[in-house]
Structure formats: C-alpha cells, structure tokens
Design a protein around this ligand. Structure first.
Ligand code: HEM
Length: 485
C-alpha cells in the first residue's frame, strides 16, 4: 500500500518529506509535533521549493500563479475531505455545512441566499449594541488597569478579547450577548473547548483514517477531544424565537440580525436553507469565528507592542482622529480615516493569518494545470495563507518583519498585487462570509484599546505562545495601565 501511495498517484516527481509520500500519518504527526509552533508549511516550502508533496495525493503550492489556477471558480475545484472533520453530527451521520460542503452547486445556491445577511450594511443597526459591548470590555479592563493591587493589572488580554468576540457574535447572530463580558469568565468552558477542539480537529482532519478512528469515538468525546458546541448551542440559542419565527411565516423579523436574514432565506427557499441550516449558520458565526477574531486583534496588539516606533506612529494617528474619548469610534471613521491602522491590520493578517490550514481542493476529472504543472485528477491541491503571505517578490525580502509601512510605500500596482494575494479570509467563491463582521470588530476594538491603555508585554523578550489548530491561536499576558494624555 505504501509503495502504491508513493508511486501510483502520478506525483512522484514532486519533492517533500519521504514519509509524506507513503502515508497521511506524516501530516497527523506533523500537526501533533508542531502544535506549539506556527504551521510548518512555511519551512517545508523553504526547504523543498514552490511545490511540496504533503501526502500520497496532496500537493501544496507557493506561487501566486497557483492561487488563480486552484481557486478561480471556473476551475471547478471542490473542497477536499479535510473539511469533513468540521461537520456536526446529525442523527448519527455527518452533515455538510456551508464551510465544509464539497457540493459546488449546492454551495453556490445556498451562499447566494444567505450572503446578503452577512453584509455589514445590512447589520448596521447592530453597531450601537456592539458599542455597548466594547464599553463592557473597557469596564472590565479598567478594573485591572486602575487596581491598586499591582498583580491585578497583569491580564490575559486575548482571553478578555474573546469574552468580547463571543458576545459580539451573539449580538450579530441573535441580538443577544451570551454574558461572557458580564460574568468575566469562560461560560461552560466553551472557550477552552473551542481551543481544544480546534487543535484536535486539525490533527485528525489530516488523514481520512484518523477521522474514521477518532471522530466518532465515544472515548475521544469522553476525554474532551471534541469541542461540545452543540451543548453550548442548546443552552444559549434563542430556540423560542427561532421556533416562533419559523412557525409564523408572516412574522417579519425586527431584529436586523443574522437570524432574521437566515429565516428570511428559509422562508423564500425552504428546500435549500432548511430549518437545520438556520441553526448551523448561527453556530458557525458564534463558535469558531470568535477565536479567529480574538486571534486577529490579539496578534495586532502584540506586534504593535513589539515595535515601539509603530506604536508611536499609530497612537499619533489615532489621537488626531479619535478625539472624543467618551465615544466608541464609529465603523465609518475607523475603516476610512485611519490609513496607518489599516496598514497595521493588513500587516498583522499578512504575518499571522488567523487560520493555519491549507485550503485544500480536489482536482476535477481530466486533471488540471497548476502553475505550469499537470496534476492528475483526484489529487488534493492547496495553498497556505502563511506561505502565500511570505512571497518575497510581492511583499519584499523582509517578510518575517512586522512592517506596516510596506503597505503605504508600495506603488499602486504593487499594492494591488499585495492586496490580491493577501488571503486571510480565503478566496473567491469560498471567501469568508464573516469577513466584514470580523474586520468591523478588529478595527473598532484595536483602535479603542490602543487609544485608552498603555500595555506592556509581561515577557517582552519572548515570543507569544502559539497553538496551531485550524486557528493559529496566540496567548500572552500584558500589564495594563490607563493612558494619560
Ligand atoms: C478575523 C476573522 C476571520 C478570519 C481570519 C476568517 C477566515 C476564514 C477562512 C480562511 C475561511 C475559509 C476558507 C476556505 O476554507 O477556503 C472562512 C470561511 C467562512 N467564515 Fe470566516 N473568518 C473570520 C471570521 C468570521 C466570522 C466573524 C464569521 C461569521 C460571522 C465567519 C464565517 C465564515 C463562513 C460562514 C465561512 C464559509 C464560507 C463559504 O465556504 O462559503 N468568519 N473564514
């Protein structure tokens, strides 16, 4: 079987770790061994070149040309089996969702129906409610910043951020926060279990056999390997409202949230956006997205703190535009009037994209030419954001340096190419639906926190801790003080 894997898949000419050509277990091991580091694809491409064989049937590509050849919709490449690990169990069998589905046609129809719901223009009435949550976050941070007991001013900033991102997910999805900010605690341990689930799922997703062996194994569930978002959902989803709106097709939603819009889509096309789908979407918004947004804001603050000149410049811009300190800055202002903040956010997404997985696709019947290489049908092909964002001809030789200026110094053509390849939210027809919501949270919260507080890294000479799951999570502590202006 091993020799068959290595020689009979038409990929023998591509370099990569020898064991990877024999078995997918190389990938499982890699995810375990490198779990505390950033995704190893960056190093693999450095060692083996533009195309790396990651498994018996899997190739990873590093060139911008490959991005077009794999992800353009007309290439008809469906997602790979990697995504099966991210499906919920429905009545004993796995059920595809919008993130995981391999059915290109169902996905296109379904996405067309639900995508307007994710537009920030349609969710604009939620801004006031999100501002209230930011005020709660500030209240919690003020408790620490103004404490007379010095040890209380050392905080786990990313965790506080996730209390916010969870509650904000609740507001966008169902017009109700879950209470993380009020309770200042990890309700039902869900944050911890999302983290454990993210790492675990990423490991077992690497091999179809791994999925079979572990995913449905009651022992794995017992030992806490699988995140229990379903239990969380049962407890916190507004089931009564969902039932009422589902059972009364004339009831128009007044909440201006995602649920209203999903229910509208359900009313118009109940065969595609089924009752179950409505709940699935709600969960997708709240559970994994909270970790992705937390990671983006935390990574931004960490990188800015590491380079004092960047912090000074950013503060100067923020202070000149966000002059009324009693106001939470509006999306309109933070997204349009702070070019240096914008450059810092792009640079954060470039150097530390929140997701760590290769976005795998299956080569359709007849094979495909990718970056000039003919790849046989049924092969798994992918690019990694971590690798693409380190393409030197596009981003410069100093790719490992956090340097927001690169976005401002570039010519308009260079910048257009840098933006085209910046893919923290994926590509084209499978582009993240929550992109605008995520950016809305990142811009508003980072501008507010950097305006209000002085942060000092607890361990300024060490790197932040990284956990590589489907999200590349970050952890670090900071000393916090109110900022004197
Ligand atoms: C900084 C925050 C976020 C990042 C970096 C991020 C990143 C991504 C990536 C890389 C993909 C998939 C790409 C692929 O497999 O091809 C994705 C898909 C998706 N994301 Fe996000 N995401 C973020 C926030 C959110 C939020 C807040 C929501 C919901 C409100 C959300 C909902 C979704 C959905 C529904 C999909 C599936 C889209 C599809 O396949 O059509 N994400 N996201």
């Amino acid at each position: 079987m091993f020799l068959n894997n290595r020689y009979n898949n038409g990929l023998i000419k591509y370099p990569g770790p020898f064991i990877a050509s024999l078995t997918n277990m190389w990938r499982v091991r890699d995810a375990y061994v490198n779990g505390g580091k950033r995704p190893s694809y960056v190093t693999l491409h450095r060692v083996y070149g533009e195309v790396v064989r990651l498994g018996p049937k899997a190739l990873s590509f590093a060139s911008p040309a490959a991005v077009n050849d794999i992800y353009r919709p007309e290439k008809n490449m469906a997602k790979s089996g990697w995504y099966v690990a991210f499906e919920a169990h429905g009545k004993g069998r796995k059920k595809e969702n919008i993130f995981s589905t391999r059915d290109i046609h169902w996905h296109a129809r379904y996405r067309g129906l639900v995508s307007p719901g994710f537009k920030i223009t349609n969710l604009a009435p939620k801004e006031k409610e999100v501002d209230e949550l930011i005020k709660k976050l500030l209240r919690n941070l003020n408790d620490a910043a103004r404490s007379t007991d010095k040890s209380s001013s050392l905080i786990d900033l990313p965790l506080h951020l996730q209390y916010f991102t969870f509650d904000a997910g609740g507001v966008f999805a169902f017009s109700q926060p879950y209470g993380f900010l009020d309770q200042k605690t990890d309700l039902d341990g869900i944050i911890q279990s999302v983290r454990v689930g993210s790492t675990h799922l990423n490991r077992l997703a690497q091999a179809p056999l791994g999925q079979l062996l572990f995913d449905k194994n009651p022992l794995a569930v017992y030992f806490g390997f699988i995140a229990p978002p379903m239990a969380f959902a049962k407890k916190y989803l507004p089931t009564q409202r969902i039932e009422e709106q589902l059972n009364n097709p004339n009831a128009m939603g007044q909440h201006h949230d995602l649920l209203d819009q999903f229910l509208e889509a359900h009313k118009n096309s109940p065969d595609i956006v089924t009752r179950n789908e409505v709940v699935d979407l709600g969960l997708m918004v709240v559970v994994p997205a909270s970790e992705a947004v937390r990671t983006a804001i935390a990574a931004l603050i960490y990188h800015v703190l590491k380079v004092p000149e960047v912090l000074t410049k950013l503060r100067r811009e923020i202070d000149s535009i966000l002059t009324d300190r009693d106001l939470i800055p509006s999306w309109e202002v933070v997204s349009k009037q702070l070019p240096y903040l914008d450059a810092c956010i792009k640079e954060t997404f470039r150097i530390h994209p929140s997701t760590g997985f290769n976005m795998e696709r299956i080569v359709p019947a007849g094979g495909a030419v990718i970056d000039g290489h003919f790849v046989p049908e049924d092969s798994i092909v992918s690019c990694s954001t971590w690798v693409i964002h380190r393409h030197k001809p596009t981003y410069g030789d100093d790719i490992e340096t956090f340097r927001p200026e690169r976005w401002l110094e570039a010519t308009s053509e260079q910048r257009a190419e840098m933006e085209r390849l910046l893919c923290p939210f994926g590509f084209e027809s499978r582009l993240c639906l929550g992109r605008e919501i995520g950016l809305f949270e990142v811009y508003k919260v980072s501008a507010t926190l950097l305006r209000e507080y002085d942060f000092t890294l607890e361990k300024p000479n060490e790197d932040m801790r990284i956990t590589w799951g489907n999200i590349v999570s970050v952890d670090f502590n900071v000393w916090i003080k109110p900022r004197k202006l």
